[in-house]
Write a protein that binds this ligand. Structure first.
Ligand code: HEM
Length: 199
């Protein structure tokens, strides 16, 4: 509901002329950033499950991933409508002038593959290959960060924040770090169980 409410609020802001001088560009930026935040949130669910031992995180992981994809589709659509005016020639000029659009498209293709296989039928059909395919989410995150870096260039502060969170989430998947993280979760839970203040 929150993921749906946010773009509706942006639409409302556009309606009341509260998105600045270039509302189309602002919408493209908001949706791109929203997609990146949702991608990072999706990747946080497994580490949170390992730390807390609560399965609820995994239950919302797929929904978050699919919302990330929805934001990307809206980001791409807003770009096509507001920034290139559905003009194929303009799009080709843009592709030549701004290579970050190509990086964005590669990221989109990767996310499309994950979204299309995020259902029970594909999980059953692909078996072990499903896990290997969904590991693509890590290069996808790196591509998304590269795409953003290319856009913001001089203004590195915000990008660094997302890049650091992404790097931490990637680090948590390295086997020894992941084992240590899980151990930390078990230790925290047993300490909380023993403490007089029950969790
Ligand atoms: C179909 C592919 C894509 C296209 C054509 C595209 C295009 C764009 C454009 C035109 C901008 C704004 C440039 C400006 O402000 O002048 C942008 C920004 C951005 N895009 Fe994409 N993009 C694509 C895919 C993605 C994907 C898959 C993600 C993330 C998962 C993403 C995340 C972002 C972010 C974070 C920004 C920067 C927003 C900011 O300035 O705060 N984009 N993209």
């Amino acid at each position: 509901m929150a993921a749906l409410a946010v773009p509706l609020y942006w639409l409302y802001q556009a309606w009341i002329f509260a998105l600045g001088a270039d509302p189309g560009k602002t919408l493209v930026d908001y949706l791109g950033l929203g997609a990146l935040v949702l991608l990072l949130l999706t990747l946080s669910m497994t580490p949170l499950q390992r730390l807390s031992g609560w399965g609820g995180w995994i239950a919302v992981r797929r929904q978050l991933g699919l919302w990330c994809f929805t934001y990307v589709v809206l980001h791409l659509s807003a770009y096509a409508v507001f920034l290139v005016g559905l003009d194929v020639e303009q799009l080709l000029v843009d592709l030549r002038k701004r290579p970050y659009i190509i990086v964005g498209m590669l990221t989109f293709i990767g996310l499309l593959m994950l979204a299309l296989t995020s259902n029970r039928f594909s999980i059953r059909r692909l078996g072990k290959r499903w896990k290997a395919l969904h590991r693509l989410v890590y290069p996808i995150l790196l591509l998304a960060l590269l795409h953003m870096l290319w856009v913001v260039r001089a203004d590195l502060g915000e990008w660094l924040l997302y890049a650091l969170i992404g790097a931490f989430l990637l680090l948590l998947r390295v086997p020894p770090v992941s084992a240590a993280w899980q151990g930390l979760g078990q230790w925290l839970r047993s300490t909380l169980r023993r403490s007089p203040i029950k969790a």
